[in-house]
Ligand binder design. Structure first.
Ligand code: SF4
Length: 251
């Protein structure tokens, strides 16, 4: 108890991010396993597919003025071939990715905006702690407005309500203000599997809310509060190894 209080008052600053906040809000034990004990999330097809597509688009846009063959060459280089249950499953995902990228190419080949940043890292202080993250892409439109883009590779297409309420974009909006020094005119989730963008915006109140949420998670982590949320166990990546798992016997 005393050490928790000491840590809260005088312990070193904490590194926080959207992923860490999301892990804590899903299950505080998940945060502890992943970010304090350093356990790696076991590889799976969704993670490998997501990383492959993100890395491909980063590599491709860094080349500047590439054509579709350059895009596929980036894909071959960036493909993460782990976590699949069989070569057949890996092949299916790989082909799905090629189709997704072909559609991406067609939708972006005549892009009017300039791709200003890809995988843009940021860091800004939250008290004596640091909020860190990476924004997938920031474009500058011909009228000078900036657009923050977050790629999504999952098959779920969010509705407007979900896009408007998502914490991740609020943190990106804070990062633009506090770390990157731009005021975006547009915020977009780009659902690559659908070739659809959902535009959203953020109010000052939402940014204040996001900061409050971050501070609340930081405080609980510093106090060592890691109460398991066993309701999430059936979907958890650590359900086979976590000592608190309520889903071990269901596998
Ligand atoms: S298995 Fe359950 S208790 Fe353990 S980290 Fe995952 S959700 Fe939390």
């Amino acid at each position: 108890m005393f050490s928790n209080l000491w840590n809260l008052l005088f312990g070193p600053g904490l590194e926080i991010s959207y992923s860490r906040i999301n892990a804590y809000r899903t299950c505080p034990q998940k945060y502890r396993l992943q970010y304090i004990e350093g356990k790696r999330v076991p590889p799976n097809p969704y993670i490998s597919f997501g990383i492959s597509i993100h890395k491909t688009l980063e590599d491709f846009h860094l080349k500047k003025n590439g054509d579709i063959d350059d895009l596929f060459e980036s894909y071959d280089t960036c493909w993460v071939n782990e976590g699949f249950v069989s070569p057949h499953q890996a092949h299916e995902y790989f082909e799905k990715g090629r189709k997704l990228l072909e559609n991406y190419w067609q939708d972006n080949v005549n892009l009017k905006s300039e791709v200003l940043y890809v995988e843009k890292e940021f860091s800004f202080p939250v008290g004596r702690n640091a909020m860190r993250g990476i924004i997938d892409r920031i474009d500058r439109h011909p009228d000078g407005q900036y657009e923050v883009i977050d790629y999504k590779t999952h098959s779920e297409l969010w509705d407007q309500k979900k896009a408007d309420a998502d914490l991740q974009m609020s943190i990106y909006a804070l990062a633009c203000k506090k770390a990157i020094g731009i005021e975006p005119g547009y915020f977009s989730y780009y659902f690559l599997s659908h070739g659809t963008k959902v535009n959203t915006n953020r109010t000052d109140e939402q940014l204040e809310d996001a900061l409050r949420t971050a501070k609340d998670v930081i405080e609980k982590v510093r106090r060592g509060v890691f109460t398991p949320n066993t309701g999430h166990c059936p979907k958890c990546d650590f359900r086979k190894s976590c000592p608190h798992s309520a889903a071990k016997r269901q596998d």
